[in-house]
Design a protein around this ligand. Structure first.
Ligand SMILES: NC(=O)C1=CN([C@@H]2O[C@H](COP(=O)(O)OP(=O)(O)OC[C@H]3O[C@@H](n4cnc5c(N)ncnc54)[C@H](OP(=O)(O)O)[C@@H]3O)[C@@H](O)[C@H]2O)C=CC1
Ligand SMILES: O=C(CO)COP(=O)(O)O
Length: 375
């Protein structure tokens, strides 16, 4: 009996925070040889020698086929796929350092869930600009993926998206194992915006939690938040069903209900009365939502999409709205009661685009959120 011998794939993860390290473990447990890049040499040594990352994943044992270095050139050498998990606002500068060492065929995967503040660009767009590579070599990963739960090997699903289905499948084949299941789609816009926007709704949930409001308030915000997410993303070119899949509704549920979420935690501190700067000081890890609020609202205004919940998150962050006043304003402050669903634009007090999107979102939910590519 002959056995086919293939050498393991060689992959690199840039960033050894909670998600980068967890994703490295996912890939290693799926059989790849993983090299992590840590910007701090002492953390690279701890991961390489003790197979631990006590700063970010205390108590988690990392697999033997995962190593680390603080030398970027060494980390990128021979990598078939490179996964990036640094804070979104630092990506562009990091790409300048990465570019000289990136090999011509390497696939680059964003694990990040933010938009760039100064440009409003999604992470895959920043990667495309910063590395000047074809979009078919770029993928993004998203979904209900709280790092610590996955590091503890709790069963989880995610989506890998690329404009090239072949690329998405190549990444999904490596990023899967007995506890991590990946689906694929080609809706990069929807997949990325799902991850960005659910962070903003999770901040809102944290705020009302911090104030002391209960489940009705939170369910109202989650449900109306999904409408805002879908409306915005569809106006940007996303498919509505992506927002009712893992990268939208799935991630929204996980992030809004988990105390592990940093966005949720940041919101809770705001709701308890801490100022924005005090919250930023207290956060030890990245809460992307805090930086994404302003660019998302700018994009929303430029395309005429209303996002009343996100607007109010911004006002709380700016200190111009008392956190306890956020909940009643789940719609725009029109004198006319708005329809939750509407079948006829003529009945829509807020105008056609918004209502068509709301209807689309709810129709997708009713249809079970099927998408052509698995998720
Ligand atoms: N944690 C999670 O559950 C998930 C996170 N994500 C997304 O992944 C991305 C990364 O988040 P996460 O790993 O959780 O964040 P963490 O805060 O846990 O870690 C941030 C990582 O980035 C490094 N870093 C910070 N600043 C810079 C810089 N200027 N240049 C290079 N590296 C830097 C940190 O290094 P150092 O330790 O030296 O400071 C650390 O390795 C975010 O976009 C987040 O939304 C997505 C899904 C799940
Ligand atoms: O993206 C995440 C879960 O899918 C992590 O959320 P936080 O960044 O809020 O911790």
């Amino acid at each position: 009996m002959s056995r086919r011998l293939t050498s393991p794939a060689r992959v690199t993860v840039l960033g050894t925070g909670s998600w980068g390290t967890t994703f490295g473990k996912i890939l290693a447990d799926g059989g790849a040889d993983v090299t992590m890049w840590a910007r701090r040499p002492e953390l690279a040594r701890e991961i390489a020698k003790q197979h631990r990352n006590s700063d970010y994943l205390p108590g988690v044992q990392l697999p033997p086929n995962l190593t680390a270095t603080s030398n970027l050139a060494e980390a990128l050498r021979g990598a078939q796929q490179v996964f990036i998990a640094v804070p979104s606002q630092t990506l562009r500068d990091n790409l300048v350092a990465i570019r000289p060492f990136l090999e011509p065929e390497t696939i680059v995967v964003s694990l990040m869930k933010g938009v760039e503040k100064r440009s409003g660009l999604r992470m895959s767009e920043v990667i495309r600009q910063g590395l000047e590579i074809d979009p078919t070599r770029i993928a993004v990963a998203s979904g209900p993926n709280l790092a610590l739960e996955i590091a503890r090997e709790q069963p989880t699903a995610a989506v890998i998206s690329s404009v090239s289905l072949e690329t998405a499948q190549a990444v999904a084949l490596l990023a899967r194992n007995r506890y991590f299941r990946t689906f694929v789609n080609t809706d990069v816009i929807g997949t990325e915006f799902g991850g960005v926007l659910k962070n903003l709704i999770a901040v809102a949930i944290g705020i009302v939690d911090g104030v002391g409001y209960g489940e009705n308030t939170k369910a109202s915000i989650i449900t109306r938040g999904l409408v805002e997410m879908t409306d915005f993303a569809v106006a940007q070119g996303a498919q509505a069903e992506t927002l009712s899949g893992l990268a939208g509704l799935g991630d929204l549920i996980a992030t809004c209900q988990s105390p592990l979420s940093r966005n949720n935690t940041a919101g809770r501190l705001l709701g308890q009365g801490y100022s924005f700067s005090a919250v930023v000081k207290q956060m030890q890890q990245t809460a992307e939502g805090l930086a994404s609020v302003a660019p998302v609202l700018e994009l929303a205004r430029s395309i005429g999409v209303e996002m009343p919940i996100v607007e109010q998150v911004k006002q709380v962050l700016d200190g111009t709205l008392d956190p306890k006043d956020i909940a009643p304003h789940l719609t725009t402050d029109s004198d006319e009661p708005q329809g939750e669903r509407i079948n006829d634009d003529a009945e829509a007090p807020g105008g056609g685009v918004v209502w068509r999107s709301i209807k689309r979102a709810f129709d997708q939910l009713r249809d079970g959120g099927r998408s052509p590519r698995g998720d």
